[in-house]
Design a protein around this ligand. Structure first.
Ligand code: SF4
Length: 368
């Protein structure tokens, strides 16, 4: 079963830490993008899908009518399962109760709100457009509009963060009774203003303590950590994102979007003009030929992505799907991780513990 990702490459203003592909929106550019998107979608063969994900960029810069139009197009082109998870990312600065109602009526049934923090000082240091109160109000408005599946995105390792601030952010999310929380560690990306230097970034030990304290609050509030950076009320795990972590199948539409048939990956260059030029004339017979071949999905990728999840790596799947098994060196390295409390093994499953998650980059680079 496929997932479908739609990249909406527009933002009001670029956040200084962000390296996702996005440009400023205008009425004309949006129209051209929507037409090219339509033609790209119509270029692909019919598949069955059980998730749709509008990511960005800022999908909530599209109107409810535009989102409804894309969902109707997807339903016409693909076999979208009844009860499919249809997620839309939303910037709290761009929507209120009326827009949320519109998105719900359009067919979106899961909202992912990019709150990033519930503290004024940290929001300012991240250059966000919304205040802490506006972020909380957006969650309440979305619920009032009828959304029963709400996720908030938060960040850890942000300037001037302390374990107390991390704990307060986790508590605020829990008190808002959202069903899902993502908490990603700030990455300093090349080419962003933050890469030129940003004061107040906590050191590794402090970041580790922030992560532990954040996870502790999530545990106490009844969320289950099912991936390094993701927590859910049981039953509300992101079905779409699990496809990425389990090396599943998905189609990705729009500039910068990736897709995988679980054997090969392709992506479209992150450039809206090239995207519009490629698809402005109508559907094309061989859309993959316009995309970059990103290579095969291999055992290494499965090991890396599966060890990010709490269900971990399944040696049976590694053998069955990739005809591969762990080497004796890898097995003895993982045994040392287990003895150090960084990993657990159960039958054919190997998973990292929370302390293992904290040093997962080192574990994975040693393992691979
Ligand atoms: S963080 Fe989100 S809102 Fe900010 S520039 Fe990146 S995609 Fe746009």
């Amino acid at each position: 079963m496929y997932g479908i990702y739609i990249h909406v490459p527009f933002c009001i203003r670029k956040c200084p830490y962000c390296d996702f592909y996005s440009v400023a929106s205008s009425e004309d550019l949006r129209k051209e993008y929507l037409l090219a998107l339509r033609n790209q979608i119509l270029s692909f063969d019919r598949v069955a899908a059980d998730t749709v994900y509008f990511g960005g960029g800022t999908p909530s810069l599209l109107s409810p009518e535009e989102i409804a139009g894309i969902i109707a197009l997807l339903r016409g082109r693909f076999d979208i399962e009844d009860g499919a998870e249809i997620t839309m990312e939303c910037n709290p600065a761009t929507a209120g109760t009326a827009e949320f109602r519109g998105f719900l009526d359009a067919g979106v049934n899961r909202l992912s709100l990019g709150c990033q923090s519930f503290q004024e000082k940290t929001l300012r240091s991240l250059g966000r457009l919304h205040s802490a109160d506006e972020a909380k109000t957006a969650v309440r408005d979305a619920r009032e509009a009828g959304f029963a599946n709400i996720s908030v995105d938060l960040m850890l390792g942000i300037p001037f963060e302390t374990p107390e601030i991390a704990e307060r952010d986790a508590l605020a999310a829990a008190e808002l009774e959202v069903q899902h929380v993502s908490a990603y560690l700030l990455r300093i990306c090349e080419g962003t203003p933050f890469a030129e230097g940003v004061p107040g970034i906590p050191d590794d030990d402090l970041q580790a303590e922030c992560y532990r304290r954040f996870c502790g609050v999530m545990d106490a509030a009844g969320y289950r950590q099912y991936e390094i950076s993701n927590f859910a009320v049981p039953g509300y795990e992101s079905r779409h994102n699990l496809k990425y972590w389990q090396c599943g199948h998905w189609l990705g539409f729009g500039p910068g979007a990736h897709m995988s048939d679980s054997v090969r990956r392709h992506s479209f260059v992150p450039d809206i003009r090239s995207f519009i030029d490629a698809f402005r004339g109508g559907p094309v017979p061989d859309p993959l030929s316009l995309m970059k071949d990103e290579g095969t999905v291999d055992a290494e990728e499965y090991i890396i992505t599966s060890l990010r999840t709490s269900s971990g790596l399944d040696a049976g799947v590694l053998q069955e799907r990739f005809g591969s098994s762990l080497t004796s060196e890898q097995i003895s390295f993982l045994a040392r991780c287990r003895d150090a409390g960084l990993a657990e093994t159960e039958g054919e499953h190997i998973r990292l513990t929370r302390e293992g998650f904290l040093v997962s980059n080192s574990i994975l680079s040693e393992l691979i």
